[in-house]
Design a protein around this ligand. Structure first.
Ligand code: PEP
Ligand code: MG
Length: 323
């Protein structure tokens, strides 16, 4: 098995019926790049920039951030790099940015909600990203978007900073894709509207599942309800992916589900374009995809969505299809 995986390191990800899928890696710091390149990632599907903030005793400066983003873009030699703007709050705290204690931090002031209020912090991050954009293929992604108004506000701030930099004579790439995480059910439900305005979606299943099932992703007592294979989740995913495709956009996934070997056949069947996961899951997933036929998986996904009533039934169906 190990020998087979080694051979897949430099191979593209191609299914049994010849369809190319993109297998990307999730990272938290530029130090993760070695593992990413050793495991044959075709890009970075999620760079969680909040670690830049969390591993520091004060707000990281524009230059500190620029260096980190540049290192990742250069380290990926022109392959796509999706950088997510900071997702602080929820379970992630900053000692130097005290946030009021909340009853429900996962439903509170976090991520883009903070960025749109503390817009000085947000603008600093965007300027660093825009300056780094000339060193590779940058894609910018906003976390925890619930409404179109939030996306439009964030995009407008990005455009303002871009115009300012260009005015200052700084070079900025002109092909930066701008997308959103789909991790709040409200955004998933109107994905057809978002698809007209964004360049891509990346589904954050870690949060999307907890919010859809109303089951805290950290709470053992309700973990039985945290069901990636529940037909409700699969239906949402189908709507998100179909909506992206209807507007000629791509849909990826950067939550844990993307690297889950039971979920992968279903996601292939739903037409997901990009799968981003921890680097160590890439080769086994490439090996699995190579053995699967997308039209057969489409039939599987269709049955899972229409004929199965429960998550257990979906798992049984996948096991029947993937022997
Ligand atoms: C997610 O919610 O699925 C995700 C990728 O983001 P995080 O795990 O950082 O919340
Ligand atoms: Mg999330």
């Amino acid at each position: 098995l190990k020998a087979e995986w080694d051979k897949l390191k430099d191979a593209a990800t191609v299914t049994a019926d010849g369809k190319h899928l993109e297998l990307a890696a999730n990272i938290g710091t530029p130090k993760d790049l070695e593992g990413v390149n050793n495991n044959g990632a075709e890009g970075i599907g999620l760079y969680r920039t909040e670690f830049l903030y969390m591993d520091s005793s004060e707000l990281p400066t524009e230059d500190d951030q620029f260096e980190a983003y540049k290192a990742v873009l250069e380290g990926m030699s022109g392959k796509p790099v999706v950088v997510r703007t900071m997702d602080i709050g929820g379970d992630k705290e900053l000692p130097y940015l005290p946030l009021p204690h909340e009853m429900n931090p996962f439903l509170g002031y976090r991520a883009l909600r903070i960025s749109l209020v503390e817009d000085g912090i947000f603008r600093t991050q965007l300027r660093a990203l825009l300056r780094a954009s000339v060193y590779g293929q940058l894609r910018i992604m906003f976390p925890m978007v619930a409404t179109l108004v939030e996306f439009r506000s964030a995009k407008a701030i990005l455009e303002e900073e871009k115009a300012k930099l260009i005015d200052e004579g700084v070079k900025v790439a002109d092909d930066i894709q701008v997308g959103i995480m789909i991790e709040i059910p409200a955004a998933a439900v109107i994905a057809d509207k978002f698809a007209k305005e964004v360049d891509f979606f990346s589904v954050g299943t870690n949060d999307l599942i907890q919010y859809t099932m109303a089951a805290d992703r950290m709470n053992e007592r309700v973990s039985y309800l945290y069901q990636p294979y529940n037909p409700s989740i699969l239906r949402l995913l189908k709507h998100v992916i179909d909506s992206a495709h209807a507007e000629g956009k791509w849909a990826g996934m950067c939550g844990e589900m993307a690297g889950d070997q039971t979920a992968v056949p279903l996601l292939m069947g739903l037409g997901l374009d990009e799968f981003s996961m921890s680097a160590t899951s890439i080769l086994k997933t490439r090996s699995l995809m190579k053995r699967l036929d997308t039209s057969k998986m489409a039939e599987l996904a269709d049955k899972a969505i229409n004929d199965c009533d429960t998550a257990d039934e979906v798992v049984a169906l996948v096991n029947e299809y993937v022997k």
